[in-house]
Design a protein around this ligand. Sequence first.
Ligand SMILES: Cc1cc2nc3c(=O)[nH]c(=O)nc-3n(C[C@H](O)[C@H](O)[C@H](O)COP(=O)(O)O)c2cc1C
Length: 284
Amino acid sequence: MEFKEVNQLPIDVEKAIKKRVSTRSFEARSLTDEDKKKLMDFSKTLTNPFGIDVYVQYISKNTGAKNIQLGTYGTIKGAKDFLAITVKDEHFAMEAVGYQFENLVLYATYMDIGTVWLAATFSRKDFENAMEISSDDLFPCICPVGYPSEKRSIIEKFTRASLGSKNRKSWDKLFYLEDFNQPLSSKEAGKYESALEMLRLAPSATNAQPWAVVKERNNFHFFCNYKNGISEDMRKIKHLDLGIALSHFQQTSMSEGLSGKFEIKNIHFSIPEHMHYVISYISE
Ligand SMILES: Cc1cc2nc3c(=O)[nH]c(=O)nc-3n(C[C@H](O)[C@H](O)[C@H](O)COP(=O)(O)O)c2cc1C
């Protein structure tokens, strides 16, 4: 498989990654027309390494979806506008969604627009009534967009606390050298230290951080970490999370002037049962 080159985001990506945080309490107003246009025009320029079309639709309570209930089970406060993401079901569709839409999340963050990926806590039926979707589309996520309110709602505080959203796994739980037996130190990561550190800060569903990277010489092998036997829907979300991680890793690499390409490699070391190989990045 040939992977595609992706443009570098025209923002300070490390700053956006560090600033981004899920927003679940919004000011009760729509995006300004100017911000909406800027965000959606930018969205149209985005691609992903998998060459897969990822569709992003803007759904507003104030316009098209006026009389349609858009339910988020009380988890989201104040949001008037949502982005709905659809994709055709093919190999790497979820990684493509994660990669491409996370780039939009980072751009929104740079614009001071609040976001939160939602895969579970929304009514798919409600949104499907307000959007274009065909029977063979996958509809993995929506994302409210708006201006973060100054105070977090009680339910948001509760959600963040119960998910441990502030926390991230330490390096030795995520990054390995040569095989899965040896942890990779930040020093051993060399010029890829920041790229891996920015990957580590990425958001993931239930903050599970289901990813691992093995550095083997100039190869970085990416694995998705989940139990065999989870549902197909759960498995898809884990691969979406991996796409988010790939975006943070590659976009940070590019911002540091590093280049490399994605490839599928044969893995010659032993792979723990819960680790699922996805892709390798070969640094040049
Ligand atoms: C693919 C994906 C799906 C998510 N689904 C939900 C969701 O359904 N409801 C929710 O409240 N948060 C959801 N989140 C947000 C995560 O809980 C959040 O990113 C994580 O706890 C880390 O917190 P942070 O984003 O504030 O850094 C999702 C995140 C991702 C990446």
